[in-house]
Design a protein around this ligand. Structure first.
Ligand code: PEP
Length: 250
């Protein structure tokens, strides 16, 4: 009943020229694919990539967004600007934003609400570090990030929220959570949403897995009952790999 959603996070890779050429090729290789697909280039490449995606079903995503609509916020990019560039999805709370740039649950929550107010679809990232996993704190950490990130988000607004479970120790490391381990955390997320909102809303929630997803492991991950797609970093940088992940079920 839930449709798969495969999203690519290019991080700080690909110039505007490279990004535009990439999505032209990707749109060709994905012709006839019914899967929901998104790419998130850097802010600098959004314009060129958005133009190159004209007429394509691939969605344009942003990797982050300012917590304010406008003002004296040097170096930030507002939801109004992203909208103007044709962005429809915003990734928020990525572990690199949390760990390297000190984004707190509170700041992420402000961004989530602002993005929803502006009509974006939000991919809210949650996930534990290796230390937290080894200390047996996976559920605690994931639930804390989830509920803080969604504070003040109504059941109606939640229809535009996707959760990406990304164990930090699996991002860019080549280590993937086993499909069973990932699915059990996805199940926790779904149960928490069920308790906080309703079981009907929890059943509809799209939960992506992220962390070293590749063509070789996408199929078994996607086969799990609570995994509804992927947020892909490294493997979204090559047309061949990303296409193979999108078409995991072909
Ligand atoms: C990510 O950046 O969200 C990610 C999951 O990266 P990778 O696929 O490279 O582990």
């Amino acid at each position: 009943m839930r449709d798969y959603f495969i999203a690519g996070n290019w991080k700080m890779f690909k110039t505007p020229t490279e990004g535009a050429a990439f999505v032209k090729e990707l749109s060709e290789t994905l012709k006839g694919t019914s899967q929901k697909v998104m790419v998130a280039p850097s802010f600098a490449s959004l314009d060129a990539v958005g133009k190159a995606l004209h007429g394509s079903s691939v969605l344009l995503g942003a990797q982050n967004m300012a917590a304010a609509e406008e003002g004296a916020h040097t170096g930030e990019v507002s939801p109004i600007m992203l909208k103007d560039l044709g962005v429809s999805v915003v990734i928020l709370g990525h572990s690199e934003r949390r760990a390297i740039y000190g984004e707190t649950d509170e700041l992420i929550n402000t961004k989530v609400k602002l993005a929803l107010k502006h009509g974006f679809e939000v991919i809210l990232c949650v996930g534990e570090t290796l230390e937290e996993r080894e200390a047996g704190k996976v559920e605690e950490v994931v639930n804390q990030q989830l509920l803080s990130g969604l504070e003040g988000v109504t059941e109606e607004m939640l229809a535009k929220v996707v959760i990406a479970y990304e164990p930090v120790w699996a991002i860019g490391t080549g280590k993937t959570a086993t499909p069973q381990d990932a699915d059990s955390v996805h199940q926790v997320i779904r149960q928490t949403i069920g308790k906080t909102y309703s079981s009907a809303t929890a059943e509809k929630l799209i939960i992506q897995y992220g962390g070293s997803v590749k063509p070789g492991n996408a199929k078994e991950l996607m086969a799990m009952p609570n995994i509804d797609g992927a947020l892909v970093g490294g493997a979204s940088l090559k047309v061949e790999d990303f296409t193979a992940i999108v078409n995991f079920n072909r």
